[in-house]
Design a protein around this ligand. Structure first.
Ligand SMILES: [Zn+2]
Ligand SMILES: [Zn+2]
Ligand SMILES: [Zn+2]
Length: 92
């Protein structure tokens, strides 16, 4: 039983959280720019860029493909809050 350690609730002390933009996958589905999401060109030929899917997978810009982003609650430290007055009390 050693769970007395204080850690950030949001990231469980890891310092990173799952990227919400891509659900932690690191890739995100975007509309194909080549066919504007149609999956085929104006003449009806299947788009080669997206294989006729209309969407392509690209790297998530938010997490740059990591699937994880820095925890905003602890700013990546994993601590519940910036260490203030645990051992030292600094007064101005
Ligand atoms: Zn396309
Ligand atoms: Zn992401
Ligand atoms: Zn955190």
């Amino acid at each position: 039983m050693e769970d007395a350690e204080e850690k950030c609730d949001d990231c469980e002390g890891v310092g990173t959280v799952e990227c919400k933009d891509c659900d932690g996958k690191g890739v995100i589905e975007k509309d194909c720019e080549e066919c504007e999401g149609e999956g085929h060109s104006e003449s009806g030929t299947p788009c080669l860029e997206c294989d006729g899917e209309g969407s392509i997978e690209g790297q998530c810009e938010k997490c740059t493909g990591d699937g994880k982003v820095e925890c905003q609650t602890c700013h990546g430290t994993g601590e519940p809050f910036p260490s203030t007055d645990k051992t030292m009390t600094t007064k101005l």
